[in-house]
Design a protein around this ligand. Structure first.
Ligand SMILES: C[S@@+](CC[C@H](N)C(=O)[O-])C[C@H]1O[C@@H](n2cnc3c(N)ncnc32)[C@H](O)[C@@H]1O
Length: 212
């Protein structure tokens, strides 16, 4: 297990992840784009085009910090499921982000325990860069979203000129820095339309609509 994932499994990280760890690390990687950071969760709901009654899956949900917002957006007739490998993170999700009707499952992004086309929307925020086989995880996202459903990803990115250097810096911890087109090209190759990409510092937000 990589150093990064070992940290995610540590029982002392989960309680401080949402309020301390994420703002500290993510804001610095976003070049302190505070206005964007503060609206990240509502932007995710918009990117996924969530409607009341939708079924939404949050892959690598951590302490459910986005899953809770997804659950509020889809309401009681809908279904919001967060899946993560880390038991301490999921325990925290049940404490902090379950009141909204979110459900949590322990499992791997590499092999999602859901049937093809089960969800109207599938998200993976802040995690693809530490998943050992990220493109297998992307293939799983594509598998479980329904035709014309939405997929949204937030992960690392760097321009080609600095990517090798950045990868050398974070690689030993088990983190990956994606090239500018690696994620968008996967979705386009799978027939996705309306593929969008927004970059904030070393993070990118990619979304797209599954083919009919
Ligand atoms: C930095 S947290 C992201 C939490 C949340 N999505 C966010 O954006 O703040 C990364 C999460 O990915 C989870 N994770 C890493 N590899 C995974 C895998 N193969 N399958 C499922 N979850 C994984 C970790 O346990 C951790 O909770």
């Amino acid at each position: 297990m990589s150093l990064a994932q070992r940290a995610m499994e540590h029982r002392l990280l989960a309680p401080v992840y949402q309020r301390v760890w994420r703002p500290a690390w993510f804001l610095s990687a976003m070049a302190f784009d505070v206005p964007h950071f503060l609206h990240e969760r509502e932007k995710a709901v918009t990117a996924l085009r969530l409607e009341p009654g939708d079924r939404v899956l949050d892959i690598a949900c951590g302490p459910g910090n986005f899953t809770g917002d997804y659950a509020s957006a889809v309401g009681a007739p809908g279904l919001a499921v967060g899946i993560d490998l880390s038991r301490p993170m999921l325990t925290r999700a049940l404490v902090d982000n379950a009141g909204t009707g979110a459900h949590y499952v322990q499992g791997s992004a590499h092999l999602l325990p859901f049937a093809d086309g089960s969800f109207d929307a599938v998200a993976c925020y802040g995690a693809l860069y530490l998943i050992p086989d990220p493109f297998r995880a992307v293939a799983e996202m594509i598998r479980v979203v329904r035709p014309e459903g939405r997929v949204a990803v937030m992960t690392s990115v760097a321009p080609d000129a600095v990517r090798r250097l950045a990868q050398r810096a974070v690689g030993p911890a088990g983190l990956r820095v994606f090239g500018p087109h690696e994620v968008t090209e996967r979705l386009e190759a799978a027939g996705f339309g309306e593929v969008s990409q927004e970059t904030h510092g070393f993070f990118q937000y990619v979304a797209g609509t599954a083919p009919p």
